[in-house]
Design a protein around this ligand. Structure first.
Ligand code: SF4
Ligand code: SF4
Length: 392
């Protein structure tokens, strides 16, 4: 194929991608990432927290060289889908309901985007006139996808580490198709349009955004804590979660590029699916494992598993600490939830709530609890409660 045919093929593929529900599409090479050293330093500094799979020698090798992942790769299509739904569902929770990151309001984006990528590959094969070997990713493999998107001309990586496009902002999900097909690369997006802005850094509830080099400390980030972190949440971070029960959008909500240029996309795959976008705490705390699986089937929330979502809901309810219903729901799960992590966070949350009966509830739970970690949480909660009452 000559250069002109190749350019024409790339243009047809990009046009077709737009008909499949992607808003941006560019092409880059499978060369080593320019930000590799920064990424490796991020790992070496332990800022990936407990995501040890990212730091394995094999994962490092593949992120360092896309051809280690797919030796036949000749070019990479990088695509972005806008999931912004405006305020069709409220992004503001109340004292009764939690907040969920916007990308998770609808169908699980892994399923949505991989399906769209498969449709795109079918088109590529017809257009190229031959079978095309490929590998498809959307946050699913050891690829530095924001770096690839920047190299393919889709936008720049902001101080909040999100890929920002000057026309549509950062409410996008990225997907990549590695191909054994030579396509002409797009020009990288060079300018850094953050300028002197520091809104995301100033607004981050946990000071998780670091500068020079710009990166996020996962161990402090609410998104990591509520989704990826397994087991007990660090005590010093629980109040910071406020009403976030799955992810966090603060550093994107405050970004002027989103405030000015984000536009709502009619896309039924990303439209909120009940009980999203704001599941009620009391309903969440009532879910059995089977009910959790049914309610959140096909959404990204299953990533947190029942234990993670109920843990987060208990903490958020403790942060809201307003209603008598909250106290009785927390007492119920403290006494009877099958998962020790959920019971432990119910103890903490109960201690944050108003009410004369809280201390006696904690003492009663102390009598029946058998798990050492939960017992320790109850004792700490009782101490906190006692000193709180003493200071009144
Ligand atoms: Fe901070 Fe939330 Fe952004 Fe994480 S997702 S860096 S906690 S604002
Ligand atoms: Fe860049 Fe400001 Fe957006 Fe942060 S809020 S990513 S500094 S433009």
């Amino acid at each position: 194929m000559n250069a002109s045919d190749s350019r024409c093929l790339a243009d047809r593929i990009k046009s077709h991608a737009l008909t499949l529900g992607f808003q941006l599409c560019g092409v880059t090479t499978p060369d080593s990432p320019g930000h590799l050293l920064e990424y490796q330093t991020w790992l070496d500094d332990g800022l990936h927290a407990d995501m040890s799979y990212m730091a394995s020698p094999r994962a490092r090798e593949m992120r360092a060289d896309p051809r280690a992942l797919f030796p036949a790769c000749k070019s990479i299509l990088v695509l972005a889908a806008n999931y912004f739904q405006g305020d069709s569902g409220s992004s503001e929770a109340s004292a009764q309901a939690g907040r969920v990151a916007r990308y998770a309001w609808g169908r699980d984006y892994h399923e949505v985007l991989i399906s769209r990528l498969k449709d795109l590959i079918a088109f590529v094969e017809v257009a190229a006139g031959r079978p095309v070997q490929h590998r498809l990713y959307t946050d699913t493999g050891p690829v530095l996808e924001r770096e690839m998107a920047q190299r393919a001309g889709l936008g720049w990586i902001g101080k909040n580490t999100m890929l920002i496009n000057p026309d549509i902002g950062s409410w996008t999900l990225l997907a990549e198709a590695m191909l054994d097909l030579e396509l002409p690369s797009d020009e990288p997006f060079v300018p850094d349009l953050c300028g002197s802005c520091t809104r995301c850094i100033d607004a981050c509830p946990t000071d998780a955004i670091l500068l020079e080099p710009r990166r996020v400390d996962s161990g402090s980030c609410i998104s990591y804590l509520t989704i990826e972190h397994r087991g007990t949440l660090p005590v010093e971070r629980r109040a910071d979660l406020k009403d976030w029960i799955f992810g966090c959008d603060v550093c994107q909500e405050v970004c002027p590029w989103n405030q000015r240029f984000a536009h709502s996309q009619e896309d039924s795959d990303f439209a909120p699916r009940s009980p999203l976008p704001n599941p009620k705490y009391l309903e969440l705390l009532d879910l059995s494992q089977a009910e959790f699986s049914t309610v959140f089937r096909g959404t990204a929330l299953k990533r947190a598993k029942r234990v993670g979502l109920l843990r987060n809901a208990a903490v958020a309810l403790g942060n809201a600490s307003e209603s008598a219903d909250a106290v009785s729901a927390l007492e119920r799960i403290l006494r009877s939830d099958p998962d020790a992590v959920v019971r432990a966070h119910a103890a903490w949350a109960l201690a944050q709530c108003d009410g004369d009966t809280v201390q006696s509830m904690l003492r009663a739970a102390l009598e029946i609890e058998v798990d050492q970690a939960v017992l320790a949480e109850i004792e700490t909660a009782l101490e906190a409660r006692t000193s709180f009452m003493g200071s009144e």
